[in-house]
Design a protein around this ligand. Structure first.
Ligand SMILES: C[S@@+](CC[C@H](N)C(=O)[O-])C[C@H]1O[C@@H](n2cnc3c(N)ncnc32)[C@H](O)[C@@H]1O
Length: 269
């Protein structure tokens, strides 16, 4: 199994994520809408990155509510901390260990584009920790990459890396996506009642291969292609560009992205 490193982030990658994460921000807003987040609620954003979505949620819950945003990458938490909302607090922290928070202390917990960075054991611990810190009847939401319907970039990238004999070590390249059935099992394993579980498809257009690679690197906090030398990266870039030009439309290189959206709640007392 591929190990995701949390040591490859840089100030440049963190800033690039802050500037270039409209996709995650936009599907995150859909997740918040599906969760029905409202004024006065106490919300935990797990894996908040640079805090763009947490700041949006801070506006929704207003002064009577509050948002806590945690992420394991200190450089991204530093950017989140600069967001000046009195009801938003930030901390370095990990999904699988929410011991900093008391049981039954949040109305809503969410993980937007985070779960696929956790390995199998971490995922179940993360969902169980969310259940512990949620109040009875509290809601959990997550969006995460779908393994049964992967991002259109995945097979192209796999093909190019296989041609060069440069598959990343381990079976799963760069992340650990789940299927809908696995997502349901994770939720039920932590005692959640599942309200909605579906795959949603988004269409993105990129100007060129460099935009795609920039987003892959900043979104993966430096993990994407990190096992390759500079020359190997150049070769992969050229081959990917050739393959992806076939998907160019007048708006740019067209790629479909499929995400599992899950909404669940804990039993009321
Ligand atoms: C693609 S970013 C998503 C950031 C943010 N949620 C958003 O919507 O823009 C993935 C985030 O997951 C975080 N992450 C990775 N491993 C994690 C873990 N074990 N616990 C919590 N977050 C983690 C990364 O630090 C990174 O900020």
């Amino acid at each position: 199994m591929t190990t995701i490193s949390l040591s490859l982030d840089t100030p440049e990658l963190a800033q690039a994520y802050e500037r270039g994460s409209d996709r995650q921000f936009n599907h995150g807003k859909l997740l918040i809408e599906a969760l029905g987040v409202r004024r006065g609620q106490r919300v935990l954003d797990v894996g908040a990155g640079t805090g763009r979505l947490a700041a949006h949620v801070a506006e929704i819950v207003g002064a009577e509510g509050s948002v806590v945003a945690i992420d394991p990458l200190p450089l991204r938490v530093d950017i989140a901390r600069q967001k000046t909302h009195d009801n938003l607090t930030t901390a370095v922290g990990r999904a699988e260990d929410l011991s900093a928070f008391a049981a039954s202390s949040f109305d809503v917990v969410y993980l937007n584009s985070v779960l696929h960075w956790l390995d199998e054991g971490q995922k179940q611990r993360a969902i169980s920790e969310a259940a512990r810190v949620l109040k009875p009847g509290g809601k959990l939401g997550f969006s995460t990459g779908s393994r049964e319907k992967p991002h259109q970039l995945d097979p192209v990238q796999r093909k190019v890396l296989a041609e060069l004999g440069k598959e990343p070590p381990g079976a799963a390249p760069y992340n650990h996506k789940v299927t809908v059935d696995e997502a349901r099992a994770l939720l039920q394993g932590a005692g959640f009642i599942v309200d909605a579980l579906e795959i949603r498809t988004f269409v993105d257009h990129a100007a060129d291969i460099d935009e795609i690679l920039r987003q892959s690197r900043s979104g993966s906090f430096g993990n994407h292609l990190s096992h390759l030398s500079v020359d190997e990266k150049r070769e992969v870039r050229e081959r990917l560009a050739r393959e992806l030009e076939a998907s160019r439309t007048p708006q740019g290189i067209r790629l479909e992205r499929n995400l599992i959206f899950a909404i669940a709640h804990t039993a009321a007392n």
